[in-house]
Design a protein around this ligand. Structure first.
Ligand code: KIV
Length: 270
């Protein structure tokens, strides 16, 4: 049965909420089959799949296409589409149309906005219109040109600002909140203050749930942040398989007889 926004809210505090990214149908199918609650079609697709150095170049069309693939391949997980850089925030009508595409065309159940003072009103408007919003505070990679990829909320002032913004987004109707790369004690304070579930990445153990980029979690990335645990070694498994294939073709071992088909009637027709 499909996980709903309400299920995610109800799970908070009882059991940890699990969330992973996915960007394609095969990965989404695996993540879904393993019972992960939420699949985030992250704009991290820019780094992980599209060969960009940041998430900034990712377009609404690319997100809609990836989200549609993930939606088609899943039965149970809640699918959340990340809104890419500048697709929201500067013009309410355009922001809502772009977010609406993720639900109407691509089959997502919610969107995520990298949040700040500029997304409070927008979160309220989207929530009123039936677009569930996952907020995102702390390290927000779309602000890389201002903040880099540094840990956020590390001063009393910054932590207080984060707490205020978390409360403002909850009051605006956000159904959950990603906290990225913030001190564990700040994440705990935010989690204890708001009633919406917090989902941490590099935010310690006290959030209501955890999220990782799937490529990092399965061991496909060449580099991972310090807060990541790799739970597999898919990159070297894949490299071994590719190497074995190349060697088999070069040595003539592949394709073998069992991989070939002969039509006897067609022998000697030329
Ligand atoms: O784009 C993404 O993958 C994200 C997660 C790291 C939360 O925003």
């Amino acid at each position: 049965m499909r996980t709903t926004v309400r299920d995610v809210r109800e799970k908070a505090g009882d059991e940890p909420i699990t969330m992973l990214t996915a960007y394609d149908a095969v990965t989404a199918e695996i993540v879904d089959e393993q019972g992960v609650d939420v699949i985030l079609v992250g704009d991290s697709i820019g780094n992980t799949k599209l060969g960009h150095e940041s998430t900034l170049p990712v377009t609404v069309d690319e997100m809609a296409s990836a989200t549609a693939a993930v939606s088609r391949a899943t039965e149970d997980a809640l699918v959340v589409a990340d809104m890419p850089f500048l697709s929201y925030g500067h013009d309410a009508k355009e922001s809502i149309e772009n977010a609406g595409r993720m639900l109407k065309e691509a089959g997502a159940h919610a969107v995520k906005l990298e949040s700040g003072p500029h997304t409070v009103e927008l979160t309220e408007r989207m929530s009123q219109l039936g677009i569930p919003v996952m907020a995102h505070l702390g390290l927000t990679p779309q602000r890389v040109n201002q903040l880099g990829y540094a840990r956020q909320g590390t001063t009393a002032e910054a932590a207080a600002e984060m707490l205020d913004l978390a409360v403002a987004h909850e009051e605006a109707g956000a159904f959950s909140l990603v906290l990225e790369h913030v001190p564990a004690n700040v994440a705990r304070e935010v989690t204890e203050t708001v009633t919406m579930p917090t989902i941490g990445i590099g935010a310690g153990p006290d959030c209501d749930g955890q999220v990782l980029v799937v490529d990092d979690a399965v061991g496909l990335s060449t580099w991972t942040p310090s807060f990541v645990q790799e739970f597999g070694d898919v990159r070297s498994e894949m490299a071994d398989a590719v190497d074995a294939y190349r060697e088999a073709v070069e040595s003539g071992e592949f394709p073998a007889e069992e991989h070939s088909h002969v039509e006897d009637d067609l022998d000697g027709i030329y």
